[in-house]
Design a protein around this ligand. Structure first.
Ligand code: UP6
Length: 261
């Protein structure tokens, strides 16, 4: 996987959304995912409009938005189409299949109706994937990222847990796009995508145990295919310029990875 181009991996991917995502990355030359962790719809839309050209995925936490409404989703979808990026709702589902099927498709957010990509924990067992699959609005149009590892200090996701998460994916290759992870050797199917959060231009952390590594470290040492950047961009003075820097450094690291060995 690590020395294979995203174009080649698009051919191997069994999940349709992963296939498309690989192609978007190669076309736009970006493996940057923006964590749009702001609480007003117009702030998210402004980020989507100004940073859209430099990202492959815009990641949301819809439950932090204070003025959520259906028009917002329509606008966000429009910007995703205009700038050719995908939407990922980072809901990190973690309940039994029946409950997640309801959380995914009902309530205020009706996530199944608009998101391309979704995160979920493997903790409850494979029923969570069955539940999500049963609630999909369009059967082939969902790419789930299972949490195999986390970026935060002291997290309880052991090596054994990560390995068992990889086993769980095997029977769900139609709906699983990849994993959220921090080490390079979990994925053995090059069609799967590794999303790695915890990225800043300088190695650092926050007050709540988040750990940050540089773009180069994320791609070359941790095996991330896509790096997630939130505060490193959105709290900067010039998000557009800073996003370009992340895009350039992450993409250069990917090209460098292809040439190693
Ligand atoms: N995220 C992590 N670590 C994980 C999984 N997910 O940080 O292991 C998510 C957070 C946040 C983003 O929920 O949305 O990635 C990181 O944001 P930051 O760059 O501002 O720390």
């Amino acid at each position: 996987r690590l020395q294979m181009s995203f174009t080649k991996r698009a051919d191997i991917a069994k999940n349709e959304v992963a296939k498309t995502l690989f192609k978007i990355m190669e076309l736009k030359k970006t493996n940057l995912c923006l964590a749009a962790d702001v609480t007003k719809t117009d702030e998210i839309l402004n980020l989507a409009e100004s940073l859209g050209p430099y990202i492959c995925v815009l990641k949301t936490h819809v439950d932090i938005i204070e003025d959520f409404n259906d028009d917002f989703i329509k606008s966000l979808k429009g910007l995703a189409e205009k700038h050719n990026f995908m939407l990922m709702e980072d809901r990190k589902f973690a309940d039994i299949g029946n409950t997640v099927s309801l959380q995914f498709s009902k309530g205020v957010y009706k996530i199944s109706e608009w998101t391309d990509l979704l995160t979920a924990h493997s903790l409850p067992g494979s029923g969570i994937l069955k539940g999500l699959k049963s609630a999909m609005s369009n059967k082939n149009q969902l790419g789930i990222f299972l949490l195999a590892e986390m970026s935060s200090e002291g997290n309880l996701l052991s090596k054994e847990y990560s390995g068992q998460t990889m086993d769980m994916i095997k029977d769900f290759s139609d709906i699983v796009a990849g994993i959220v992870a921090q080490t390079p050797n979990l994925i053995d199917d090059a069609g799967l995508i590794q999303l790695s959060p915890g990225c800043r231009l300088e190695e650092s952390g926050d007050d709540f145990g988040q750990k940050y590594n540089t773009p180069e470290y994320i791609i070359n040492e941790k095996g991330g295919d896509i790096a997630v950047v939130g505060r490193g961009i959105i709290e900067s003075k010039n998000p557009v310029e800073v996003a370009k820097t992340y895009r350039d450094r992450l993409w250069a690291a990917y090209e460098n990875r292809l040439n190693i060995n």
